[in-house]
Write a protein that binds this ligand. Sequence first.
Ligand code: SF4
Ligand code: SF4
Length: 472
Amino acid sequence: MYDVKSPKAEEFINNEEVLATLAYADENKDNIELIDAILEKAKLKKGLTHREASVLLACDNEEKNQQIYQMAQQIKKDFYGNRIVMFAPLYLSNYCINGCVYCPYHMKNKHIARKKLTQEEIVREVTALQDMGHKRLALEAGEDPVNNPIEYILECIDTIYSIKHKNGAIRRVNVNIAATTVENYKKLKDAGIGTYILFQETYHKESYEALHPTGPKHNYAYHTEAMDRAMQGGIDDVGLGVLFGLERYRYEFAALLMHAEHLEAAFGVGPHTISVPRIKHADDIDPSVFDNGINDDIFAKLVACTRISVPYTGIIVSTRESQACREKVLPMGVSQVSGASRTSVGGYCEPEKEDEVSEQFDVSDKRTLDEVVKWLMDLGHIPSFCTACYREGRTGDRFMSLCKTGQIQNCCHPNALMTLKEYLEDYASPETKALGEAMIAAEIGNIPKEKVQQIVIENLNNIANGQRDFRL
Ligand code: SF4
Ligand code: SF4
């Protein structure tokens, strides 16, 4: 039985409810009256239910689809302005005891180079990331209690936060590691992590079990209930995501929203972010063997429908996507992108040798961070290196209430300008710097409160004079 508040995976992601939702969406995909009513509700910017959102996703009426895209763009503008937050992944270890059939780190892959960063190597990797200008990382590690125990992850987090190279600092460490216990989530919380990210891969239980034939990840319920345990462990910013291509995208979309509704109903806090990765080529993985791949148009529609359905949840698009595809979906509601990512263990310091490949997937967007920053500004977006909220204790329901009322914008916009200024001073090429200075000068006037404007102007001067780390 479907029960949004239930602690049991198969009750809050109830297969019958997902199937009934898809049938309802099919029945109503041409029901213009209903679609108009759903779009009217979306205008209130309080989100949609999984059933309503699924009708919009199924709709193939061109005129209505244009309205959906416009609505997504409007909501993106209202909640996130023209800002895009930057981050980079950091692969700590690709040792893994699971058998995920879509990932080259699966245990049976005997020819991929297995690597695990030592603390000295982490210092080198993080120094390289700081030298690019990154302030926010997402840690990635395979599941392996012997090679990557929680103590190792905690030690890595400590090391990362302690590295201060020139004006660099990693100010927010998000963590993407395997589903674990409440006790371990408490330890991650105490280590000062930002968001705990765990991709569901697929919500379809039967497919999930087939795609994860061996290892602890095979346990659907344990994996699906991980965010509940993370919340119980005190982590109130959690990041959801599915790997599009493994299952039918409409099934995943409905279930993803049901997961968001569950977190909101059970803990009073919806997901902090939703990632939308698509399956990509990697070492021994050929994406064409998976039947449910989605094209760029469907991908854009998914992003737009997600934006409308959960306006207060950040949407993350990584360098799995090409520059062209990222350009297409940015205005539809994306709030965070990665830049200059390496998906190999140790890849920031040394390019991989051909006979020692350790990448998790092929990166499509291979540009440098400076190129990505310049490109965003050319398109009218403000690249932001802001990490203020978690450091100011604005997490969980406190963060969500500021988000839902739109008040968070009073912080996001000034923080974007101040952190961009730091980037321009410390890392930008002359061309990017000139463009950025012009953008900051133009955007200061868009800070509504005069007092805040004055503070920002003062802080920008302080940054030019060598001081760092201002935030609201
Ligand atoms: S997806 Fe994660 S758990 Fe699965 S094989 Fe890859 S690293 Fe291991
Ligand atoms: S102020 Fe908070 S929500 Fe806004 S960009 Fe910074 S960390 Fe994100």
